[in-house]
Design a binder for this molecule. Sequence first.
Ligand SMILES: *[C@@H]1O[C@H](CO)[C@@H](O)[C@H](O)[C@H]1NC(C)=O
Length: 170
Amino acid sequence: MARFALFSFFLAALFSMVLSAPVIRRAFQELAYADFQISDNTAGNAEALANAVFVDPFAGQDLATVDAATLKAVQTMREAAESAETGEFNPAISAATGADAAALSVGKTQNKVLKLTGEVQALNIQLAQAKAAGKSTTSIQSKITAEQTKLTNNITADKANAGKASKGVA
Ligand SMILES: *[C@@H]1O[C@H](CO)[C@@H](O)[C@H](O)[C@H]1NC(C)=O
C-alpha cells in the first residue's frame, strides 16, 4: 500500500513536471511593437530573435493552412517594425550623438532584420497559399528573392556588430 502511494506520488510529480515544462512552440499571436521588438539587446543575435517572433511559431505547420487573420497579424507587426524604423529610429539617430547614436544605429539594423523577417514570412505564407490554390507564384517568388537578399545582408551587418550595445525606440 505504502509502495503504491509512493508510486502514485511519483507519477503525480512526474506529470506536473511535464505540465510545467516550458512550451517550445507557441502559437503565433499578435503583439504590440514594444512587446516584440528586439533592439534593446546586444547585437549579433538578431536572426534568432526575429525568427522567434515571426518564424518559429509556425514550425511544423503547413503555411498554406495559416488563416487570414493570422496572416494579417504578421503583416500588421511587420508594418509596426517598419514604422518604428522611419518614425522613431531615423529621428532618434539624427538627434543623438556619440555612443547613444551608435547604439541606436546598431538597434536599427536589428530592427531591419525583424522587419524583413516578418515580410519574408508573410510572403512565404502567401506563396504557400498561391501554390495550394494553383495560382501563379511568379511575382511572389521575385518579391521573396528581393526581400531575402536584403534580409541576408542585414543579418550579416548585425553579425558584424556582434557584442556591441544596441538600443531600441520602444
Ligand atoms: C538592409 O535592409 C534595407 C531595407 O530595410 C536594405 O535597403 C539594405 O540594402 C539592407 N542591407 C544592408 C547591408 O543594410
